[in-house]
Design a binder for this molecule. Structure first.
Ligand code: SF4
Length: 453
C-alpha cells in the first residue's frame, strides 16, 4: 500500500498496522456502523492548525458523508466512509501534515502549554510516556478499547473523564498513576516524578499485555496490584482543584491569552459549516484549535477584540458558545439523512424538543436520541429514545440497546414528549430536578404518561 509518491506514508502505515490489530475505530482500523465505516482519530496533542482542520473537513466531505463529530472524550470522528475511501482519506490526512500517533490513544489536557494554572505539562508527560513505552503502547495484546489520559490540571482538567489508566499532575514535578475510574473513583497505584510514573505505567502495561486483549486494569486482581505497586496503601493524592464547569465561551487564562470554547451541537458539524466558520476564524487571527472533551474545541490566537464577532459567527454556523444550553443535555446520533440504519431524524427531533419543551432541560437530564438500538452517540442516559421498526422505544437510565420501558408508534414522537414534559412539570416536587422527577416516576409513570390521550 503505497502513496502517490511510491512511499508508504505514516497514515498508511497506521492503516496497515491497525487492520492487523483489529482494534477500535481508529484511522488504522475503521469500524462498521449503520452509515458505513467510521474512523476515530486524535491528532498529536489534540491540536490542529486552522488549515489542517479545514483540510480534514474537506477530506471528510469528499470521502465520507460530510459529517464530522467530536466525541465526549474530545476525539474526531469521520463517518460514512467505505473500504475504498478510507485509504485516500488516510493519505490526505498525512498530506495535510496531521500526525496521528501510533498505538493506544492518549487524551491530554486540552490547553497544555498555554494554561498558566496547569500544574504540569501534559504534552511533555505524554511525550515521556510514548518515548519510554512506545513498544508496549503498540502491543497487539492490549485491549482495543484501553483508554489512557494525562491530566496536567488547570482551568479545564480531565477530572470527570473515566479512563483505564490516569496520569495526573499532583504538584510541580509529581504525577499520580491510577486506574479504572474518574478523578474521584480511580485506584491510585504509584506516585512520583515523571520517570518513575512512566516506569510504573510500563509495569502496568506489561501486566495487561501478559493477560491479553480481554483484560482491562479493573480486571487485575488486587493481590497482583499490591505485589507490583507497593505504594498503593501509602499514597495520599491531592484532591483536584474545582474545574471550570463548562469550556464554552470566552476564557481568559492566567497567561493573558483568551481562548474561545466552541461546542458542536449534538457533537456533530457539517463539513461545509465547519470549513466556513474556520475561514472566518482564520481571518480574525485564530491560528490553532485544541480538541476539548464534551464535543467541542478551543480556538487559540483570536484577539479579544474579535471574540464577540466570532461568537456570533459560531452561532450563525450552528455551533454553541453559551454554557448550559439545552443542546448540551442531548446526545443525538447521525440519524436519518446521514445514517442508513436510522429510523428517525434525531437532530431534527432534538431541535424541536428544545423549542417546544425547554423546561425539561433544566441542566439535570441527559437525553439520548438514537436512530436505532446501536446507540452510537452515547452510553448511558437518564432517558433514551431509540428508533426501531416498531416506532420509538423509551429506556430509562440505560442504553439504547436495553429493553424499553415504553414504546410508541412512529409519527407522534414530539407530541409524546410534550406529554412527558407536562407530566414532569405537574409532578415535580419543590426543588426537584427533571432527572430526579423522571427517576421517581419510573417505568410505570413513563408508560402511563405516554399512553394518555
Ligand atoms: S445509532 Fe444512529 S448513527 Fe448509529 S447506527 Fe443507529 S442510527 Fe446510525
Amino acid at each position: 500500500m503505497r502513496s502517490a509518491h511510491g512511499k508508504i506514508s505514516n497514515a498508511e502505515k497506521a492503516y496497515i498496522a491497525g487492520m492487523q490489530r483489529g482494534a477500535c475505530p481508529t484511522l488504522a482500523a475503521p469500524m462498521q456502523t449503520g452509515d458505513g465505516l467510521l474512523v476515530r482519530l486524535r491528532p498529536a496533542g489534540g491540536a490542529l492548525t486552522i488549515a489542517q482542520l479545514r483540510e480534514l473537513a474537506s477530506a471528510a466531505a469528499r470521502h465520507g458523508n460530510g459529517i464530522l463529530e467530536i466525541t465526549a472524550r474530545g476525539n474526531l470522528q469521520i463517518r460514512g466512509l467505505s473500504t475504498d475511501t478510507v485509504r485516500p482519506l488516510a493519505a490526505e490526512i498525512d498530506a495535510a501534515g496531521i500526525v496521528v500517533p501510533d498505538g493506544v490513544t492518549i487524551e491530554i489536557s486540552p490547553l497544555h502549554g498555554i494554561d498558566g494554572d496547569a500544574i504540569g505539562d501534559a504534552a511533555v508527560m505524554e511525550a515521556a510516556v510514548r518515548s519510554k513505552l512506545g513498544v508496549l503502547l503498540n502491543s497487539p495484546h492490549l485491549a482495543p478499547k484501553l483508554s489512557i489520559l494525562v491530566d496536567g490540571g488547570g482551568r479545564f482538567s480531565l477530572s470527570a473523564l473515566i479512563a483505564d489508566i490516569r496520569i495526573v499532575a499532583q504538584q510541580p514535578g509529581q504525577w499520580l498513576l491510577s486506574i479504572a475510574g474518574d478523578e474521584e473513583t480511580a485506584t491510585p497505584l504509584a506516585i512520583g516524578g515523571p520517570e518513575a510514573v512512566a516506569a510504573a505505567a510500563g509495569d502496568l502495561l506489561e501486566l495487561l499485555t501478559a493477560r491479553g486483549r480481554q483484560t482491562r486494569p479493573r480486571d487485575i486482581a488486587a493481590t497482583t496490584l499490591y505485589a507490583h505497586f507497593p505504594q498503593i496503601d501509602s499514597i495520599r493524592s491531592i484532591p483536584p482543584a474545582p474545574s471550570r464547569s463548562s469550556y464554552v465561551g470566552v476564557t481568559r487564562l492566567r497567561t493573558g491569552i483568551a481562548v474561545l470554547g466552541v461546542r458542536l451541537k449534538f457533537g456533530q458539524a457539517r463539513a461545509a459549516d465547519l470549513i466556513s466558520f474556520l475561514a472566518s476564524a482564520e481571518s480574525a487571527g485564530a491560528r490553532e484549535i485544541r480538541l476539548a472533551p464534551d464535543r467541542g474545541f478551543f480556538l487559540i490566537g483570536l484577539p479579544e477584540s474579535e471574540m464577540p464577532a466570532m461568537q456570533q459567527a459560531a452561532v450563525d454556523h450552528g455551533f454553541s458558545v453559551t454554557a448550559k444550553e439545552p443542546a448540551e443535555q442531548i446526545a443525538a446520533c447521525a440519524g436519518a439523512g446521514a445514517c442508513a440504519s436510522a429510523f428517525y431524524d434525531t437532530r431534527a427531533l432534538a431541535s424541536q424538543l428544545i423549542d417546544r419543551v425547554p423546561d425539561l432541560f433544566d441542566g439535570s437530564l441527559k437525553l439520548h436520541l438514537s436512530g436505532c438500538a446501536k446507540g452510537c452517540a452515547h452510553r448511558r442516559a437518564d432517558l433514551v429514545i431509540a428508533g426501531s421498526t416498531e416506532g420509538y422505544g423509551f429506556v430509562l437510565d440505560g442504553l439504547a440497546a436495553n429493553s424499553p420501558a415504553a414504546r410508541i408508534a412512529g409519527g407522534r414522537i414530539d407530541f409524546a414528549i410534550e406529554k412527558l414534559a407536562r407530566l414532569i412539570e405537574d409532578k415535580r416536587g419543590a426543588g426537584e430536578s427533571s432527572a430526579d422527577c423522571l427517576k421517581r416516576l419510573g417505568p410505570i409513570g413513563l408508560a402511563e404518561a405516554l399512553q394518555q390521550e
